[in-house]
Design a protein around this ligand. Structure first.
Ligand code: AKG
Length: 277
């Protein structure tokens, strides 16, 4: 078996260094900066801020805009991500080549692609211990979630460290099946009787921009608290064997397909012309 797949099967994740080239990252960050511009215009127009904080850095500006407006702050972006500069992330040929080793030729971008601006010390963006499949099971029922053939991907846009809230994994927990999750204020959380056995054996996943981590849909994971004064910007998205149903109301977008080649998202322009669905 391929070494990547072996580690993925054993630990539930695999870290890949330097997958995105600097130009892919710069293009993505520039696009996200435009998205932040739009947020600034919206808040100024609504009278929620008196200035657009134009001189603030990418790492701080969105937080400056929302720190006194946390009641309406975005916890994540999804619908807004049909932007040309993000095609190179979600449809990256190097990532898709790797993922095809797990999923084969029919690959769907699963309909929950996300960009997260994790704010300093705000529980609204502090994602608690969960399995991604736990969210799907919460909405669609446990049946079928166990069999979803998926590869989940997480990549930072700024360095992700234990200080600013990188991901934390509980290795091996992907073999436990879907476990019960409980509803908290902002997110679901794995029930404590399930979690307590594993919290002493976790790993913090510190990554540089360009690195990606692939992980199993049932791996216990969370984002650590952000103790820095900057935003931990990151992307998380998932690929699925497109022969399967998404178990969501949205159908996602084909990233590779032999069967339905005409439906594959072809390029950035094609991506921009589509919607979150
Ligand atoms: O970025 C985070 O802090 C959490 C992301 C996450 O839970 C996920 O990608 O499934």
């Amino acid at each position: 078996m391929h070494a990547l797949q072996e580690q993925f099967d054993e630990q539930g994740y695999v870290i890949l260094k330097g997958v995105f080239t600097p130009d892919v990252l710069e293009t993505a960050q520039a696009e996200l900066a435009v998205l932040v511009d739009r947020e600034a215009e919206k808040l100024v127009a609504a009278g929620r801020v008196s200035e657009p904080f134009l001189s603030a850095s990418f790492e701080t500006r969105l937080f400056r805009l929302y720190e006194k407006n946390l009641d309406i702050a975005p916890k994540s972006f999804r619908q807004e991500l049909h932007l040309a500069g993000l095609f190179g992330i979600f449809f990256n040929a190097r990532v898709l080549d790797l993922v095809s080793q797990f999923l084969g030729t029919e690959i769907r971008l699963y309909p929950n692609y996300t960009v997260r601006p994790k704010f300093p010390e705000w529980e609204g963006t502090e994602v608690l211990w969960h399995q991604d499949g736990g969210y799907t099971a919460g909405a669609a029922g446990v049946r079928g979630v166990q069999d979803l053939k998926m590869v989940n991907v997480w990549a930072p846009i700024v360095p992700a460290t234990t200080h600013n809230g990188c991901m934390e994994f509980a290795p091996g927990t992907h073999r436990l099946g879907v476990v019960p999750h409980e509803k908290r204020d902002h997110y679901l959380e794995i029930a404590s009787d399930q979690l307590n056995r594993y919290v002493g054996e976790t790993v913090a996943v510190e990554l540089e921009p360009g690195d990606v981590v692939l992980f199993h849909n049932l791996l216990f994971h969370r984002g650590l608290p952000n103790l820095s004064d900057g935003i931990r910007w990151s992307c998380d998205w998932r690929y699925q064997d497109a022969n399967q149903p998404t178990m969501r109301k949205e159908k996602g977008h084909l990233a590779r397909s032999r069967k339905f080649a005409e439906d594959v998202v072809e390029n950035a322009e094609d991506w921009v012309g589509r919607t979150f669905e």
